[in-house]
Write a protein that binds this ligand. Structure first.
Ligand SMILES: Cc1cc2nc3c(=O)[nH]c(=O)nc-3n(C[C@H](O)[C@H](O)[C@H](O)COP(=O)(O)OP(=O)(O)OC[C@H]3O[C@@H](n4cnc5c(N)ncnc54)[C@H](O)[C@@H]3O)c2cc1C
Length: 508
């Protein structure tokens, strides 16, 4: 069971508990047969259960721990809340650059930061609450779900029968196999948001989105932070120049960056932890107060008795699904982190909607038809949608790229937030957008415009005609589209234009 905890004290935690796992909850008596049984009440499970029940289906939703799953309790919501505060601290440190005078000894009230986060989490938990589900006529069961056959499962000894089921059991943090780590104790996303005191010295192992976001946030709060990544760059999936900008930003924040570095051993000494790091053949030891791991996610497939249900799965990739999100048992579908490569809240949501249509309404919606953006919420943010250049080349597609550095964008200049770029890839010889990477302070907001264009089949020619409010960061997208438009002015067209204007200037 996940370690995501409800802290015993405090008004926000009491409110969250009341919403996502009320004390003394009694499971309902099951109906004869459910149209849809949903296992796991994270984003995917909640979306599917609520949508199906609203459309009139009889739905059972089974959750072993907390409604809202990772996103609400130990993922997006708490991380983005504390990241916002960490940005504020970073901005305060740059205040003189903006002509503001503030005391030089700004101090972080970490307990207050976490209390703010808990208040936000409690407020957002209302949307995921048991009351909202029961009002929609969903039967909510708390307990561990386990299949007993191809058409039935049990929760705490009660059998539920179903016509269709959806597995949305999510994922959990991968534990790196480093000798001594477990004995010394370490943080993951499941307990880092329970901290009440800021670790003075922090080692973050893993330079993926989670490691990068939290390393920067804790460093900005004042933890002396080291980030160790066993690759030559952070965010290995992203384009190199994007990842390089992040490395530079980390250096500016005072984070000690250790690339190509593996943590090989951990030991405790009093309250502190000694971690051996190896880069190539060189070994060094760092002394820290806490270790946070962000080395990947593993799908939750254990304990479900998937064999009895005839559902194929893999410990690494999770539940095996086809493009319609159907498992090897045609009655059972899967959605979210339990089966998807792209483990995001918005993909959990989108995949759950596909399941509702395909499982309950004979739909034929395909996962592969989705245009999926994503964003890492560092400062600057790194957002992407569609194909990377290397992926396009691997498919034999020639690419033309239009890049606008943020330092050429007026709004970035007025805000003194010039790090980054907008890079849009089109199919050579056309204006069809294949993909885009945006590195900018609000890249996560900006990527949505490109996603909309891709989804609607709108090319750069049309984007060049869209009036963008001035001055905004999204102006960079318009500038990239204008750069495309200029390529349409071929030498022949240019010559014709010159002749035309010469002719217009003639004396009558
Ligand atoms: C620190 C962090 C930050 C993140 N930030 C972002 C972000 O900014 N944007 C974004 O898009 N994504 C983000 N994510 C990813 C996002 O949280 C997940 O992709 C999303 O929560 C997946 O939803 P899900 O419904 O598939 O699974 P989950 O949210 O994991 O829910 C699965 C649920 O199933 C339950 N369960 C499991 N097994 C059983 C069982 N046998 N019986 C009953 N119940 C069971 C679990 O208790 C859990 O509640 C972040 C993740 C982390 C860890």
């Amino acid at each position: 069971m996940t370690a995501a905890r409800l802290l015993p004290d405090g008004v926000p935690e009491r409110e969250r508990r009341e919403n996502v796992h009320p004390d003394g909850w009694r499971n309902p008596v099951p109906v004869g047969c459910y149209n849809l049984a949903v296992i796991g009440a994270g984003t995917a499970g909640l979306v599917a259960a609520h949508a199906a029940a609203t459309l009139g289906a009889k739905v059972a939703l089974i959750e072993r721990h907390l409604l809202g799953g990772d996103c609400l309790n130990v993922g997006c919501v708490p991380s983005k809340s504390i990241i916002r505060t960490s940005r504020l601290y970073a901005d305060m440190h740059r205040a003189t650059q903006y002509g503001a005078r503030i005391p030089s000894d700004i101090r972080v009230d970490f307990a207050a930061v976490m209390q703010r986060m808990r208040g936000i989490r409690a407020r957002i938990s209302r949307a995921d609450s048991v009351r909202r589900l029961t009002e929609a006529n969903v039967d909510v069961f708390f307990g561990e779900a386990c299949f007993t056959g191809t058409e039935a499962l049990t929760v705490d000894g009660t059998t539920l029968r179903f016509k269709k089921a959806m597995i949305a059991t999510g994922s959990r943090p991968d534990t790196p196999s480093i000798p001594g780590l477990v004995e010394a104790g370490y943080l993951t996303n499941e307990n880092v948001f329970d901290l009440t005191e800021l670790p003075r010295r922090l080692l973050v192992i893993g330079g993926g989105p989670l490691g990068c976001e939290l390393a920067q946030a804790f460093s900005r709060f004042g933890s002396k932070t080291i980030i160790a990544q066993n690759w030559p760059l952070f965010l290995p999936r992203e384009e190199r120049d994007a990842a390089q900008i992040l490395s530079d930003a980390f250096a500016r924040d005072g984070i000690e960056v250790r690339l190509n570095t593996r943590a090989v051993n951990v030991r405790s000494d009093g309250g502190q932890k000694l971690v051996d790091l190896v880069i190539e053949d060189h070994k060094s030891t760092v002394v820290v107060d806490a270790i946070l791991t962000g080395t990947g996610r593993v799908p939750n497939v254990d304990g479900l008795n998937l064999e009895a249900a005839g559902v194929d799965y893999d410990q690494t990739d999770g539940i095996r699904v086809d493009d319609f999100l159907r498992t090897s048992n045609s009655r059972i579908y899967a959605a979210g982190d339990a089966c998807l490569e792209h483990k995001f809240t918005h993909t959990a949501d989108a995949s759950a909607r596909i399941v509702v249509r395909n499982a309950l309404f004979l739909g034929r919606e395909r996962l592969s038809a989705l245009t999926i953006p994503w964003c890492t919420y560092t400062d600057p943010e790194i957002a992407h949608v569609g194909l990377y250049v290397k992926q396009a080349h691997a498919k034999g597609i020639s690419v033309k790229t239009f890049t606008i550095p943020m330092h050429e964008v007026d709004r970035a200049i007025t805000d003194s937030e010039e790090a980054g770029f907008v890079k849009i890839h089109v199919k050579e010889g056309s204006d069809r957008i294949l993909g885009a990477t945006i590195v900018a302070r609000h890249a996560g907001e900006m990527i949505n415009e490109v996603t909309l264009a891709m989804e609607a089949g709108v090319g750069l020619r049309t984007l060049a005609r869209v009036i963008h409010a001035y001055p905004t960061g999204s102006d960079a997208i318009k500038k990239a589209a204008d750069a495309y438009s200029r390529t349409r002015l071929t030498p022949l067209l240019s010559e014709i234009m010159h002749r035309w204007f010469r002719w217009r200037r003639r004396d009558d």
